[in-house]
Write a protein that binds this ligand. Structure first.
Ligand SMILES: [Zn+2]
Ligand SMILES: [Zn+2]
Length: 344
């Protein structure tokens, strides 16, 4: 156990704790101790995420309760365990997980499915401080350049998820691919941005929420209501970003013969979908459904942020205070805003 190299002002901090679905409380909790290689990060920006909303509404298998809430962040290193990769005072951007590099899945290039990636992730970025353990600090934390704002830097995690999706498509994605994205939430919009970064321009974004569709249009997508998606030949690639079972089922109708359907929005466990076998076999529609992300995706997302072709700041609706915890998620649940940011 390593003492702080430079202690924060106090031994406790304010943090949003999720006690059970619908029950978020702002509490004073102890700042955890640091071990070798760990970073104590003074959180500057922490953005809300669809996963947080799912946990708030119905609980989430990967989010223990009661427990720290929030996993997107950027900030400044304020103390380190011995041998840490970063120094006190360095601004950083990072994600909340890292693969072990040694298990069966890591050795087969599927770091996103690493046996211990979920168990070793860190939650609790809606707080004044976040301890980033050595494993994550060493592999998936980067220095934040000065020209990137803390708010934008906090988007590294959702963008990494999207980057994993783009990597999953790398053998079928071409500059002239026609891509349909269903669901204009933050992830759908990040897919528009990621496709632009990948040199793809024929992007259609379908959904209902006008404010979100407008952002998609500004990012370079053609936007349509879901009821008006036209299918002649079908799209080369369809990316489902709603996590709704009915949309999972319907989205295969929009894929061309020999095209790819990527089911990106996770549905609740135990739900089932049914597909016409003709579409899967005779029409040869490939179905992929990537989960989480490995180090390559994080590096790709970082590169996109450093060299962004769109204004990612459009994804952050406004700043909110930690005291408004429940209200923020009630608003998101009501379709108000895209992402909110805390500056704890
Ligand atoms: Zn997230
Ligand atoms: Zn592993």
């Amino acid at each position: 156990m390593e003492r702080f190299a430079a202690s924060p002002d106090s031994t406790t901090m304010k943090a949003l704790i999720l006690h059970q679905p619908g029950d978020i409380r702002l509490e004073d909790v102890a700042i955890p101790a640091l071990h070798d290689g760990d970073l104590l990060v003074r959180v500057h920006s922490a953005t809300t995420c669809g996963t947080d909303l799912k946990a708030y509404k119905r609980g989430h298998a990967q989010i223990p309760m009661p427990g720290g809430f929030g996993h997107e962040y950027s900030g400044t290193v304020t103390a380190v365990g011995s041998g840490a990769k970063y120094a006190v005072g360095q601004p950083i951007m990072g994600v909340h997980s890292a693969p072990c590099g040694e298990c069966y899945w890591c050795q087969r290039g599927q770091e996103n499915l690493c046996e211990t990636i979920m168990a070793s992730k860190v939650l609790g970025s809606f707080a004044e401080y976040l301890v980033v353990p050595k494993r994550i600090a060493d592999k998936n934390v980067f220095e934040k350049p000065e020209n990137i704002s803390f708010d934008i830097a906090s988007l590294l995690e959702p963008y990494s998820s999207v980057a994993q999706g783009i990597l999953e498509l790398r053998h079928v994605l071409r500059p002239d691919s026609s891509v349909l994205i269903i669901g204009p939430g933050a992830i759908g919009l990040l897919f528009v941005a990621a496709l632009r970064q990948s040199g793809v321009n024929d992007i259609t974004l379908a959904g209902r929420n006008q404010g979100r569709l407008r952002v998609g249009a500004d990012f370079g997508a053609r936007t349509v209501p879901v009821s008006e998606i036209t299918v002649d030949r079908g799209f080369d690639i369809v990316i489902e970003c709603t996590g709704q079972v009915e949309v999972w089922e319907r989205s295969i109708d929009y894929v061309r013969r020999g095209g790819t359907l990527m089911l990106f929005g996770g549905c609740a466990g135990g739900t089932t979908v049914t597909y016409d076998t003709k579409r899967v076999h005779y029409d040869q529609v490939s179905i992929v459904s990537p989960f989480h992300f490995g180090t390559q995706a994080v590096q790709l997302a970082r590169q996109w942020i450093l060299d962004s072709k769109v204004d990612l700041g459009r994804l952050i609706t406004s700043e909110r205070r930690l005291e408004e915890g429940s209200k923020v998620f009630d608003d998101l649940d009501a379709g108000l805003g895209i992402k909110y940011v805390f500056h704890p």
